[in-house]
Structure formats: structure tokens, C-alpha cells
Design a protein around this ligand. Structure first.
Ligand SMILES: NC(=O)c1ccc[n+]([C@@H]2O[C@H](COP(=O)([O-])OP(=O)(O)OC[C@H]3O[C@@H](n4cnc5c(N)ncnc54)[C@H](O)[C@@H]3O)[C@@H](O)[C@H]2O)c1
Ligand SMILES: O=C(O)CC[C@@H](O)C(=O)O
Length: 312
């Protein structure tokens, strides 16, 4: 009998990616946020494919005695215990470029929505209120965008918002190489003092958790808006709530939350917050690219064949 390797898909992947898995593997599905189901299913898996919702920690890795490969169909690896996986001899592959354009476009959408107060204006209109003076916005042209983390997504956001006439400043002490034309690197404090819109594009790790807290929010202009399309927890949510309620800053747009799914939070009740349910990577193009990238890598790891010959 020909026994096919088992690929466990624990978060929703694009149909294109699932088709790319082909027939040389047995594909199983589980809900990676259902812990008992995940622990049971991973026991027989040779490869595990996830997005951001499934937490792949030591408990999962210890339950996965056959596992050789973890594919993270996206950028952030904060939901995977990479050091422990490496210790266990499990390869971890992500798709670092697959969704960066989508995440950047989402960030720009949130910046524009915040400047023109689109969410509260649309909500009021749906409730039968035609309130034009209440929703006077601000122009972005001539204002300053502060990018914290000038990596792939931060750079794409900077390029796009420069086309709206924004001056771009950035903070990134780890950046190697030069800075894109027209972008000025500043200390975090200088950036916070100067920016009209602050946008966060950092990985979540021990250094960045809580990086934007009470003191950093206090350093921002009272007219400024904070945008986070990176990870919840990089911005201290309690401190942010207090800053928004007291008028220390003017607004926030949040695609990510400390605990997800986040359906109850005092932040969701504020009129000056534009919240979205972690949609930065949720485009068909990004999901196809991210899914196919990790499927190709999984097949290569399982069969030791060149990826090009595996995916149609
Ligand atoms: N909302 C979404 O759906 C979505 C989609 C994609 C990525 N993301 C998140 O966005 C993050 C950034 O993605 P990326 O592709 O731009 O990553 P990247 O690695 O290309 O860029 C991150 C940048 O942050 C910088 N950095 C690291 N620590 C820093 C610090 N303490 N202060 C300032 N800068 C620091 C790095 O030098 C790097 O330039 C990912 O880690 C992921 O968590 C979210
Ligand atoms: O598709 C997802 O689950 C979100 C992924 C995104 O946050 C990322 O880090 O790539």
C-alpha cells in the first residue's frame, strides 16, 4: 500500500493553494483555534499549514511526533515557536513577500478613512443622519507620516502615502542599507513629536511588545492618528484607550488586537477608532501567493523535489 504523507491545514487557505497540494499528499483539515481538535489532528501530520490564527507552541510540537514541516502562509511568525520547532528538527517556512502589498494598501485605506472620518460618517448616515459639519476631515497633503518599522510593508506605505503629498519620517534602528529617497530617519521620540499619522509596521517580539505605551502616546500630537496593521500587543491597548478618551491623540485605526478574535473591547466602542478584524492580508491575490508559497515549500520538504515541478 502506498502511504501518502499527511498535510494538515489548520487555517483557511486559498482554493488555489489547496489545489496546488495535488494528489501525492493526503490533505486533512482542522480548526486550529480548537485546541483539542488541533492536538489530536497534528499527531499524525507530516506537514502543518497555518495562517495567523493557529498557535503552534511547544504543546502542539510535542504532540506532533511525525511533523517535518510548518508552513506559515503569511509574514508574522509570532504564532509559531520557531526556536522549539528548530530544536525538534521541524522546518518552518513563511511567505515574507506574499501579502505585503495587500497589507500596505490596507494601511493606506485606514489612513484615508481616519482622515475623512469615513466609518462614523457612514454609520450615522445608515442611521438616517445627514451630518455634514460633524464629519469635516483633514487633508493628508502636507502632513507628516511617521513609519515605525521601515521594512517591506513600511516602505510600501511610505511610497504610497508620499504620492498623497505626505512628508515621510521613519524610525528603524535595525534597518540595513540606505533609506528610500525622501524618507528621513528619526529617533522614536522625534517621530512621535512630529508625525500627524503614526503607522506601525514591526514584527511582534520581546523588543516590540508594548513599544507604543503611555509615554509614547503622550509624546504624540493631540491631532495625531495611530494606525496599527502589524500586531496587537505592540500598542498597549489600555494606554491607547485612555489616550483616545482623554483627547491626548485624535484617533486610531486598528487591524490587529492583543487577543484575537477581538469582538469585545472598550476600543471597539469609541467613535474615533476604525477597527477591522485582521484583514491586512485578506485579498485573493495575497492569499493565493501566500498559500502557494508554503505549499511549494511543503512539497519540497516532504518529497525532496524541486518546487517548480510540483505546482501547476
Ligand atoms: N495585518 C496583517 O494582516 C498583516 C499582514 C502582513 C504582515 N503583518 C505584520 O506586519 C509586520 C511587518 O511586516 P514586514 O513585512 O514589513 O516585515 P519586515 O521584516 O520587512 O519589516 C519590519 C521592520 O521593522 C524593523 N524593526 C524591528 N524592530 C524594530 C524596533 N524595535 N523599532 C523600529 N523598527 C524595528 C526591522 O528593522 C524591519 O525593517 C509583520 O511582522 C507582521 O506581524 C500584518
Ligand atoms: O492571513 C492571515 O492570517 C494574516 C497574516 C498576516 O498577519 C501576516 O503576518 O502575514
Amino acid at each position: 500500500m502506498n502511504i501518502r504523507p499527511i498535510v494538515l491545514v489548520a487555517d483557511p487557505l486559498s482554493p488555489v493553494a489547496l489545489a496546488a497540494l495535488g494528489s501525492d499528499v493526503e490533505v486533512r483539515h482542522c480548526d486550529g483555534t480548537d485546541r483539542p481538535a488541533l492536538l489530536a489532528a497534528v499527531e499524525r501530520a507530516d506537514a502543518l499549514l497555518v495562517r495567523s490564527a493557529t498557535r503552534v507552541d511547544a504543546e502542539v510540537l510535542d504532540a506532533a511526533s511525525r511533523l517535518k514541516f510548518i508552513g506559515r502562509a503569511g509574514v508574522g511568525l509570532d504564532n509559531v515557536d520557531v526556536p522549539y520547532a528548530t530544536l525538534r528538527g521541524v522546518a518552518v517556512v513563511n511567505a515574507p513577500a506574499a501579502n505585503v502589498v495587500s497589507a500596505a494598501e490596507m494601511t493606506c485605506a485606514l489612513i484615508l478613512a481616519s482622515a475623512r472620518r469615513l466609518l462614523p460618517a457612514a454609520t450615522a448616515l445608515r442611521r438616517g443622519r445627514w451630518e455634514r459639519p460633524r464629519f469635516t476631515g483633514v487633508e493628508l497633503s502636507g502632513k507628516t507620516l511617521g513609519v515605525i518599522g521601515l521594512g517591506r510593508i513600511g516602505t510600501l506605505v511610505a511610497e504610497r502615502m508620499a504620492a498623497f503629498g505626505m512628508d515621510i519620517v521613519a524610525h528603524d534602528p535595525h534597518r540595513e542599507g540606505g533609506c528610500p529617497d525622501g524618507v528621513k530617519l528619526l529617533s522614536l521620540q522625534e517621530l512621535l513629536h512630529r508625525a500627524d499619522v503614526v503607522t506601525v509596521h514591526l514584527p511582534k517580539n520581546a523588543e516590540t511588545i508594548g513599544l507604543i505605551g503611555r509615554a509614547e502616546l503622550a509624546a504624540m500630537k493631540p491631532t495625531a492618528v495611530l494606525v496599527n496593521v502589524a500586531r496587537g500587543g505592540i500598542v498597549d491597548e489600555r494606554a491607547l484607550h485612555a489616550a483616545l478618551v482623554s483627547g491626548q491623540i485624535s484617533g486610531a485605526a486598528l487591524d490587529v488586537f492583543d487577543r484575537e478574535p477581538c469582538t469585545e473591547s472598550p476600543l471597539l466602542e469609541l467613535d474615533n477608532v476604525t477597527p477591522t478584524p485582521h484583514l491586512g492580508a485578506s485579498t485573493s491575490e495575497a492569499q493565493d501567493r501566500a498559500g502557494v508559497t508554503v505549499v511549494e515549500a511543503a512539497l519540497q520538504a516532504l518529497f525532496d523535489r524541486p518546487a517548480d515541478s510540483l505546482v501547476a
